[in-house]
Design a protein around this ligand. Structure first.
Ligand code: AP5
Ligand code: MG
Length: 204
């Protein structure tokens, strides 16, 4: 099964991906995570990606499509879950030429909750655990004791740009996949486990 997770920044794509990966054994391909890896390693792709990500803009399509092609090959082109890709019609059409997608899950949330979810998000540098700052008593990961950090693009001004980019470029994908009969919408406003129950109903 090959699936796509759609949704605005902060909708909970990464949160649900972790649960889906565990239950359905689908390989998690997150373009955001791949870019962040390259930024940490300070590769050429990382340096280029940083200049766009810090402004809340999309990394150019040619670069993004190429890294997804490589990640899909690594995943043997099957049983994967794309998170954060495609993000515009050009990328969706490029993907259509490479692989077949079975289901697209759109995690739907009210924009009003996103700023707090994103600006409050903290990630563990060691194990990747993600939570809201209100759940932490200090800057230490409750799972592994690592250091919790805020993402470079999780500051208010950048988040505003990310949300604009989503509305202009990514939201049209909802119609794109609906017209292909592949779109399934889940309500992303409940608690993560409640959202996952809906995801399970879609994935079976
Ligand atoms: P990317 O890393 O993909 O970020 P994003 O799409 O903006 O989404 P986020 O990761 O911020 O949110 P999420 O939906 O994963 O939510 P999460 O589960 O963490 O992309 C980053 C950047 O890379 C882009 O801006 C762009 O520059 C570049 N890029 C990436 N892909 C690209 C592409 N294809 N083309 C070009 N450029 C690309 O949850 C968020 C918070 O909410 C967490 O704190 C979590 O604990 C909490 N939370 C989650 N679910 C719930 C819930 N149900 N209730 C309450 N809180 C919840
Ligand atoms: Mg994410």
């Amino acid at each position: 099964m090959n699936i796509i997770l759609l949704g605005a920044p902060g909708a909970g794509k990464g949160t649900q991906a972790a649960r889906i990966e565990e239950t359905y054994n689908l390989k998690h391909i997150s373009t955001g995570d791949i870019f962040r890896y390259h930024m940490r390693q300070q590769t050429e792709i990382g340096l280029l990606a940083r200049s766009y990500i810090k402004k809340g803009q999309l990394v150019p399509d040619e670069v993004t499509v190429k890294i997804v092609e490589l990640a899909l090959k690594d995943a043997d082109m099957k049983d994967f879950m794309l998170d954060g890709f495609p993000r515009n019609i050009y990328q969706a059409e490029a993907l259509d030429k490479i692989v077949d997608i079975d289901k697209v899950i759109d995690i739907s949330v009210d924009f009003s909750v996103l700023m707090d979810r994103i600006c409050g998000r903290r990630n563990c540098l060691e194990c990747g655990y993600t939570t809201h700052v209100s759940q932490l008593s200090d800057g230490v990961c409750p799972k592994c004791g690592g250091e919790m950090q805020q993402r470079m693009d999780d500051k208010e001004d950048t988040v505003k740009s990310r949300l604009e980019v989503y509305s202009e470029q990514t939201a049209p994908l909802i119609e794109y996949y609906k017209s292909k009969g592949k779109l399934f919408t889940v309500d992303g406003m409940g608690a993560p486990d409640k959202v996952f129950e809906e995801v399970r109903t879609v994935l079976g």
